[in-house]
Write a protein that binds this ligand. Structure first.
Ligand SMILES: Cc1cc2nc3c(=O)[nH]c(=O)nc-3n(C[C@H](O)[C@H](O)[C@H](O)COP(=O)(O)OP(=O)(O)OC[C@H]3O[C@@H](n4cnc5c(N)ncnc54)[C@H](O)[C@@H]3O)c2cc1C
Ligand code: SF4
Length: 508
C-alpha cells in the first residue's frame, strides 16, 4: 500500500523529513492552497503571492523529478478551504497505509493535525522538522534548571557544539560577540547595492491575479514583486548577499536611511522560513566567506549570530511557552493599535517611512521593526494582541513561531523579561543617531516637550513613569529612573501632559 505525504506551505524543500524514503511509484504527495490559512489573519497580499507562487513552483519541481503530486489550487472548485479538509477529501477516495507529515511550524496547525489524527482510521505520523540546528526537545533540555534563558549563552553553546567560527575551544577573534562594532550610522560614502530582482514569471503572474481578485481588502501592495520563488533563485539571492552586502552587514546592521529599505541586510528570512534556503547552508556559506577573506569578522559573526543564535533561540522559546505565551501582557497595555500602522499617515517621519516601506515590500529590516515600529508600540502602551496581529499580517517572513516571541518578548517585554533583559525603549535620539529620518520630520528631535517635540522624547519618560512599579527593580533600568527622579516637577508634569495629549490625538 502507498503512503500519503503531506507538505505544508512552509516546508518547500526536498530535504523535508516527510519526503524521506518516498517511493515515486507508489506514494502520493499532497500540497494544498487553502483559504483558511490565507484568511485566519488577513496576510499582506505580497506575502500570499510569494507563498502560493513558491508552493506551485515547488510542486512542479517535484512532478518533474517523477513524484506523484496532488496539488490543489485555492480556486479549484472542489477545494474544501482547510488543510484537514483537503487531507480528508483525498483519503476518502484512495486507500493509504499511513499519512506522514513533518511537524507544522505553528502550534495552531499542529493542534489541527493532531486532532485529525485522532479522528481518522489511517495512522498519521508527525515527524520532526530537521531543518533547524536545534530540535525543540533539546532546547527544552537546555532550558531546564536555568534561572534565566539568555540568547547569548544559548548562542555560545551552539557555536561550540557546531564548531562554527571556532579556534579550538575558543571563538575566532578572541570574543564571542562583535555587536559593539556593529552600530555605525551610515556614512553615505558606501554605496548600497541593488537588492535581488526577479520579475514575475507566468506562474507568479497567475497567482498575483488570483490574490488581488480574491483578497482585495488585504493590506499591502503586490507590485513590484521581485522575490525569488524557487530554490535556485533563492540561492542566487543569497549569493548576492554574500558577494555584495555581507562585507558591510556588520558595520551598518543598525543603520536606517530614508528611502533605503534593504540596506546591507540579507533579505533571506522569507526564504529560510518557507524552506527555499536552509539555515545550516547559510551559516556555512557565511563562515566560508570569512575564511576566504571576503568579509570581516564583525559582519560574519553578526550574521551567524542572527541565524544560529536569535532565530533558533526564538523558535525554542515559542515551543517552550506555547500556548500561554499568547496571553502575555506584563504591562497590562490596552491602547488600540493606531490607524496609522495601516495607512502610514502620520507626521512622525520614521514611522511613516517604515510603515510605507512595509506596505510596499512586506519587509522592514530588524532595526526598523525593533527601534521604530516596536519602540513606539511599547512606549505608547499598545495592546500586545493587536501589535502581534499587525506584525503577523504585514511581513512576508511572519509565522507565529518567529513573530510572536519577537513581538511579545523582544519589543513589548510582554513576557516580563523572558526574551530580553530590559525593554528596548528609547527616546528619539537613538533613531536620530542611527538614521537620517529626523532631518525630514515635522517634529524636532532635539526638542523634548511641547507641540514641536519628537513624541518619542516624552513618551519614553511617560512609559517609565507609568510602569515604575514593574521596572524599577530591574537593575538595567536604574540609571534611567535616577535621571527621571532628578527632573523637576514642572518637567515631569510636561511629560505627562504632552503624552496624554499626543496619545489622545491618536484617536483610539
Ligand atoms: C518586532 C519584530 C518582529 C519580527 N518578526 C519576524 C518574523 O515574523 N519573521 C522573521 O523571520 N523574523 C522576524 N523578526 C526578526 C528580524 O527582524 C527579521 O528576521 C529580519 O529583519 C529579516 O530580514 P533579513 O532576512 O534581511 O535579516 P538579516 O538582518 O539579514 O538577518 C539574517 C537572518 O537572521 C535571522 N534573524 C535575525 N534576527 C532574528 C530574530 N530576532 N528572530 C528570528 N530570526 C532572526 C533571520 O532569519 C534573518 O533572515 C522580527 C523582529 C522584530 C524586532
Ligand atoms: S523627530 Fe522623532 S518622530 Fe520625527 S523622525 Fe525623528 S524620531 Fe521619528
Amino acid at each position: 500500500m502507498s503512503i500519503l505525504r503531506v507538505i505544508l506551505g512552509d516546508q518547500l524543500t526536498d530535504s523535508i523529513s516527510s519526503l524521506e524514503g518516498c517511493d515515486k511509484t507508489r506514494d502520493t504527495i499532497l500540497m494544498s492552497e487553502v483559504v483558511e490559512e490565507a484568511t485566519f489573519i488577513p496576510h499582506h497580499k505580497k506575502k500570499l503571492t510569494f507563498i502560493f507562487s513558491a508552493m506551485r513552483h515547488f510542486s512542479l519541481e517535484l512532478k518533474n523529478q517523477g513524484f506523484n503530486v496532488v496539488y490543489n489550487k485555492l480556486n479549484d472548485p472542489n477545494n474544501s478551504g482547510s488543510l484537514t479538509g483537503e487531507i480528508l477529501r483525498l483519503i476518502k477516495n484512495y486507500s493509504f497505509e499511513k499519512i506522514l507529515i513533518t511537524s507544522p511550524s505553528e502550534f495552531r496547525v499542529l493542534q489541527e493535525i493532531e486532532l485529525l489524527g485522532e479522528k481518522i482510521e489511517i495512522p498519521l505520523e508527525i515527524l520532526r522538522d530537521s531543518r533547524y540546528f536545534v530540535n525543540i526537545h533539546d532546547f527544552k533540555k537546555w532550558s531546564e534548571n536555568k534561572k534565566q534563558l539568555r540568547m547569548e549563552n544559548f548562542y555560545r553553546d551552539q557555536r561550540k557544539k557546531n564548531f562554527i567560527l571556532m579556534n579550538g575551544f575558543n571563538p575566532i577573534g578572541g570574543q564571542w560577540n562583535f555587536d559593539s562594532y556593529n552600530r555605525k550610522s551610515f556614512d553615505f560614502e558606501s554605496k548600497i547595492p541593488q537588492p535581488f530582482i526577479n520579475p514575475p514569471d507566468e506562474i507568479t503572474n497567475e497567482v498575483m491575479k488570483m490574490v488581488s481578485d480574491t483578497f482585495p481588502e488585504h493590506f499591502g501592495d503586490i507590485e513590484p514583486f521581485n522575490f525569488a520563488v524557487n530554490r535556485s533563485q533563492a540561492l542566487e539571492a543569497f549569493k548576492l548577499f554574500i558577494d555584495n552586502r555581507l562585507f558591510y552587514f556588520g558595520d551598518f546592521q543598525d543603520a536606517m536611511v530614508q528611502g533605503e529599505p534593504w540596506m546591507f541586510h540579507s533579505h533571506i528570512s522569507f526564504y529560510l522560513n518557507i524552506g527555499l534556503l536552509l539555515p545550516k547552508e547559510c551559516v556555512s556559506e557565511a563562515e566560508k566567506a570569512y575564511f576566504e577573506g571576503k568579509a570581516p569578522l564583525n559582519s560574519v559573526e553578526g550574521f551567524i549570530r542572527q541565524v544560529l543564535g536569535w532565530r533558533e533561540f526564538i523558535r525554542g522559546i515559542y515551543w517552550l511557552k506555547m500556548p500561554e505565551y499568547l496571553e502575555n501582557n506584563f504591562f497590562e497595555a490596552s491602547r488600540n493599535l493606531p490607524q496609522m500602522y495601516w495607512t502610514g499617515e502620520t507626521k512622525m517621519n520614521c514611522l511613516s517611512q517604515c510603515i510605507n516601506e512595509t506596505k510596499e515590500n512586506a519587509y522592514a529590516h530588524h532595526i526598523q521593526r525593533l527601534m521604530v515600529l516596536g519602540n513606539f508600540a511599547l512606549i505608547a502602551g499598545i495592546d500586545p494582541k493587536q501589535v502581534n496581529n499587525w506584525f503577523y499580517v504585514v511581513y512576508a517572513d511572519a509565522y507565529e513561531w518567529v513573530e510572536l516571541p519577537n513581538v511579545s518578548g523582544m519589543i513589548l517585554f510582554a513576557d516580563g523579561g523572558l526574551v530580553s533583559s530590559k525593554p528596548y525603549a528609547s527616546t528619539g535620539s537613538y533613531i536620530n543617531k542611527m538614521s537620517n529620518y529626523c532631518e525630514s520630520c515635522e517634529y524636532k528631535v532635539a526638542i523634548k516637550n511641547g507641540s514641536d517635540a519628537c513624541p518619542f522624547n516624552y513618551l519614553y519618560w511617560d512609559f517609565l513613569q507609568r510602569n515604575r512599579e514593574k521596572l524599577s527593580s530591574n537593575f538595567r533600568m536604574s540609571m534611567m529612573y535616577k535621571t527621571y527622579d532628578r527632573m523637576d516637577s514642572a518637567k515631569k508634569q510636561n511629560i505627562r501632559d504632552d503624552s496624554e495629549k499626543f496619545l489622545n490625538s491618536l484617536g483610539n
